[in-house]
Design a protein around this ligand. Structure first.
Ligand SMILES: [Mn+2]
Length: 260
């Protein structure tokens, strides 16, 4: 029986040097690695070569998390929107260069002036998704949009918003279900119930429901016993990546255990 593949995001070591992160790759308790193309770990030619070598020596399968710091695919400010798209397209090229199986990106964030232009951010976001999807298709990279919490001003916190995006773009963009984000909105079960066939990737961490704390999977009010049971029920056989900051190896072991 095919089952979910447990991976890990290298987000937790973003504060270290890129070279130190690369050295860790062969020592993780999984071959499914999510590389964060952001901050001081932004990818370039040299780093792409390093990652390809690591993948070859350790038989790693990569996904890439797009940059998200100061990026907004729904910005109403044209030059800033263009700057976001330029950086994201570069990241798509990077994902293709390291043979990443998936590229994960964040939705639009409302701004201080959004209230004056009702719905504009959603529409800009849909146009941006079309552009990114077009380039991803040319490169042969799969892309998946992540749910983010509404409480931090992001769009796409509910299944309804994903359905609307599908209606407006008519594109088969996948969903990365971030459990920490969904927990802040009480939306874990709704996503599983309503959009199971669209979920191609999962981010796993835990929190107490008040903030996106990125705790290890046992530290918070997300019930991972219940969640992994429902994953098995829907026959989920794709990746579930630990995106906690502390307790990374414990979280990997725990998920592997629960998903047996
Ligand atoms: Mn995430």
């Amino acid at each position: 029986m095919s089952k979910a593949k447990v991976g890990v995001s290298m987000l937790y070591c973003l504060g270290e040097s890129f070279n130190r992160m690369v050295k860790r790759l062969g020592t993780m308790d999984t071959k499914y690695i999510e590389i964060l193309d952001d901050g001081t770990h932004d990818l370039n030619k040299t780093r792409i070569t390093q990652l390809k070598e690591a993948a070859k020596s350790h038989s790693l399968t990569y996904s890439v998390h797009a940059p998200f710091a100061d990026i907004n695919i729904g910005s109403p400010i044209k030059p800033l929107l263009n700057a976001s798209l330029k950086r994201l397209k570069q990241s798509l090229n990077n994902a293709s260069a390291i043979d990443a199986k998936l590229w994960v990106f964040h939705p639009a964030q409302r701004t201080g002036i959004s209230q004056f232009y009702p719905d504009a951010d959603f529409k800009y976001m849909c146009r941006s998704i079309e552009q990114l999807y077009g380039q991803a298709e040319e490169l042969g990279v799969n892309i998946a949009l992540e749910n983010l919490p509404g409480k931090y001003w992001f769009l796409m916190s509910t299944p309804e918003e994903f359905r609307r995006m599908y209606k407006e773009t008519n594109l088969p963009v996948g969903i990365t279900l971030d459990l920490g984000h969904a927990n802040l909105e009480g939306q874990i079960q709704p996503f599983i119930n309503e959009l199971a066939d669209k979920i191609v990737h999962i981010h796993a961490s835990n929190n107490d429901g008040s903030d996106d704390q990125h705790n290890g999977v046992d530290d918070g009010n997300i019930d991972y016993v219940q969640f992994t049971t429902s994953l098995k029920k829907i026959g989920y056989d794709k990746t579930i990546v630990v995106e906690s900051i502390p307790n990374v190896s414990h979280s990997i072991a725990r998920l592997k255990h629960l998903l047996v």
